[in-house]
Ligand binder design. Sequence first.
Ligand code: HEC
Ligand SMILES: [Cu+2]
Length: 350
Amino acid sequence: MKGWMGKIRAVFLLSLTALVLSACGKENLTALDPKGYGAEKSFDLIIISTVVMLFVLAVVLLVYTIVLIRYRRKKQHPDFVPKQVEGNKTLETVWTVIPIILLLIIAVPTVTATFDLADTSGSNDKLNIQVTGNQYWWHFNYEGKEIQTSQDMYIPVGEKVYLNMKSSDVIHSFWVPTITGKMDVNPENENTMYIEADEEGVYWGKCAEFCGPSHSLMDFKVIAVSQEEFDQWVEDMQNVNPDAEPESTVAQEGKSLFQENNCMGCHAVGSSPVQVGPNLTDFGNRTKLAGVEELNKENLVKWIMDPESMKPGNKMTGNYPEVSKGEAGKIAEYLLQLKPSDVTPESAKD
Ligand code: HEC
Ligand SMILES: [Cu+2]
């Protein structure tokens, strides 16, 4: 018996540790610690609904308990029929009016918040980003700025940023829980919303609409930096020369291999209409590969040789000539040195 208890306790502790650890480093993937306007509105609504529901639960439990005790079966003649009551007008009114009030308490702030968050009328003189959802990555086009990025979206902190969102294939859903609620990204029509981050930080985003085998791997980041850092980033990104020769000879060879192996049919460095695959302008500054894997040379070589093993169903697999490990290594050297700006996800941490 004692051995059993020990085992159960060990399993319990282990699961608890796993649960706690699994949250490590993902602190900015929660709707319960809001750091942006949309997320705060949603959080307030969560609180209001929870309070109302707890109130209802308490009242029902109370009435239930009273009825259970007061009207329990007593020693009576088997034929005893209790006094019959029906049609109590006061009671009926009370239990009709109270739920109406409760619903109004929830509905009024919900509808107000919905209209507030959908109001993109102030977008004209603000930063507009065209967001495109693709199986299984996100593309960001900074309107009027000739800047394109994928996976990492940089925004200035404390500013409303307007998003105009479409999908290139199936329906996706844009969700950065710590700063905003979800918005569907459809192939047929453009949906608009705005986001605003209160604090600098790296905010984790997820696709929240099932879209295929790698749906759960369709992660991205919103990186909120100070206005100065953002301006710097914009300038750096605009000054990128896609044809610049890398410093090391290995990277130079990698660049040629990148051109020879059809990679540029889908990927661009610098602002370009080529958007079949992620834009790689600031690839070396990212912390993740394809949104989810740790970005390092080993993983990158693995990706270039066999993307399918990392993201099943992705649109790169099988669409380029086979590359050897040596070639993949050189291409990786080239891609990893694409660091156009000193403004990186690290910059969001001061
Ligand atoms: C048919 C189009 C296509 C071709 C050709 C192609 N890719 Fe890709 N690539 C993609 C797509 C689509 C993705 C995004 C996959 C995903 O995340 O679902 C991708 C992702 C990547 C990524 C990860 C990007 C990121 O933002 O983390 C790298 C790196 C990459 N490709 C390198 C290459 C290299 C090197 C070649 C040439 C050997 C190549 N690709 C050829 C379509 C292509
Ligand atoms: Cu998706």
